[in-house]
Design a binder for this molecule. Structure first.
Ligand code: RFL
Ligand code: PHB
Length: 411
């Protein structure tokens, strides 16, 4: 026996979860509530996870799942239900009345940071283990009946034996890469721009979100609460956050808002500012043997449709229900249907997010080429498509139905 083997701590669980982002924490919470043991292994610290400012819009499916997981009290108290949002098209605003166009559906404005915080509190309360700040995380024998995870944590080496591994470790994680290249197909589109986001303790410029298509590029006015705003502008991929002082951001953002809204903008110091690249990505299948990819580990959408976190939630819901069938209903093969059940909804959201992105951003010369059109013809087609969708009820219904989220598949 080598020195390392001697020193290795041996631990055991039913489901090993890689990653303590919203996917991993929500899956862990739901499983724990059903008495299904799980251990989470996370690369960074809890504060680092909470410091990442990401999603703000939750579909009804995710809201319901948070309620099912018993972590919804603060969301129900502090979150804001949004009945609609606006698309500003070269200065003219069109309201998408989600409530009316979908027969009563809405979305919830409540930050991913807060969802994650609530899940962390619940996990602490139910006593389930999370190994934060772990290094050298390696998944072993995923294609066998006895997979395991090895990792290091606070100077100790661990061997975690388990029945299943849920790869909830985001786009840059280790789980997807554990599936040999010849056993997965990846679909990818990297967009030729990013989003510069700014968070500030200033009242939101509008009660509802405004997605703005302008000659200067895309902008989005979003929010976290009645006193905290989250705003974005499209920027070239070559830009760095340091290129954008707060003043420069506010000047540019203001120019992209409809004029009557811009007049109401309250500016202030940024609390956070970051640039996110935009990507469409899907890995098929979302599983190998007893490893299952969940959320950003399996797919990425550009944030334009507010779908990333929501897709992660539908994956969690499917995998959770299948694992319940395995452990509580005696159906050991149920979980093997995961990828097929998840992928249809994934592709629907991918298509919607790609379409919203095409419609609302300035692509310079890139998109025409990508669509085998010269740029000015492409721009005209996009303009007339958006015109059609925004000025026809049928078109608005198509946008609203997808924005509130398609139903989860029956498991
Ligand atoms: P995450 O959140 O990336 O969490 C993965 C976790 O895994 C850890 N990890 C590892 N752990 C162990 N071992 C390793 N080797 C590991 N490698 C990584 C990471 O540290 C991390 O803690 O993935 P998850 O849980 O699947 O959640 C996905 C969401 O975070 C993401 O889809 C959304 O934030 C996307 N998104 C939005 N989604 C929405 O539904 N609505 C929105 O309004 C919305 N807005 C956004 C967004 C994403 C954005 N950015 C920055 C990309 C706005 C922005 C700007
Ligand atoms: C956000 O508030 O961060 C947000 C909202 C809607 C989006 C993207 C991001 O489409």
């Amino acid at each position: 026996m080598s020195y390392h083997e001697k020193m290795m701590q041996n631990i055991k669980t039913k489901v090993a979860i890689i990653g303590a982002g919203p996917s991993g924490l929500l899956l862990g919470q739901l499983l724990a509530k059903k008495g299904i043991d799980n251990i989470i292994i996370e690369r960074v610290s809890p504060d680092y996870v909470l410091g990442r400012i990401r999603a703000g819009i939750l579909e009804q499916g995710l809201v319901d799942l948070l309620r099912e997981a018993d972590v919804s009290d603060r969301m129900d108290e502090e979150g804001h239900v949004h009945d609609g949002f606006a698309i500003s098209y070269y200065g003219t605003s069109y309201r998408i009345d989600l409530n009316e166009l979908t027969g009563g559906k809405t979305v919830m404005c409540y930050g991913q940071t807060e969802v994650t915080r609530d899940l962390m509190v619940a996990r602490k309360e139910n006593g389930a283990s999370t190994y934060y700040s772990s290094t050298n995380v390696v998944l072993n024998d995923v294609d066998s009946a006895s997979p395991s995870v090895t990792f290091e944590h606070e100077g100790e080496s661990y061997l975690l034996d388990c029945d299943y591994i849920a790869g909830c470790d985001g786009f840059h994680g280790v789980s997807r890469k554990t599936i040999p290249e010849e056993k997965r197909t990846e679909f990818e589109r990297v967009y030729p721009f990013g989003w510069l986001g700014l968070l500030s303790d200033t009242p939101p410029v509008s009660d509802e979100l405004i997605y703005c298509k302008t000659d200067r590029g895309f902008a989005l006015a979003s929010q976290r609460s009645s006193t905290r705003s989250r705003y974005y502008i499209q920027v070239p991929l070559t830009d760095k956050v340091e290129d954008w002082s707060d003043d420069k951001f506010w000047d540019e953002f203001k120019k992209r808002l409809p004029a009557d809204t811009a007049r109401k903008l309250v500016t202030g110091p940024s609390i956070e500012k970051s640039i996110a690249p935009l990507r469409s990505f899907v890995c098929e299948p979302m599983q190998l043997g007893n490893l299952f990819l969940v959320g950003d580990a399996a797919h990425i959408v550009p944030p334009t449709g507010a779908k990333g976190l929501n897709l992660a939630a539908s994956d969690v819901s499917i995998l959770y229900r299948l694992l319940c069938k395995v452990y509580n209903d005696g159906e050991p093969s149920a979980v093997q249907g995961y990828s097929e059940l998840a992928l249809n909804r994934v592709w629907q959201a991918e298509r919607f997010s790609w379409w919203m992105s095409n419609m609302l951003h300035d692509f310079k010369d890139d998109a025409g080429t990508a669509n085998n059109l010269d740029q000015k013809t492409f721009e005209r087609f996009m303009k007339s498509e958006l015109d059609f969708f925004l000025t026809n009820k049928a078109g608005q219904e198509v946008i609203a139905t997808q924005y509130v989220g398609l139903p989860y598949p029956q498991v």
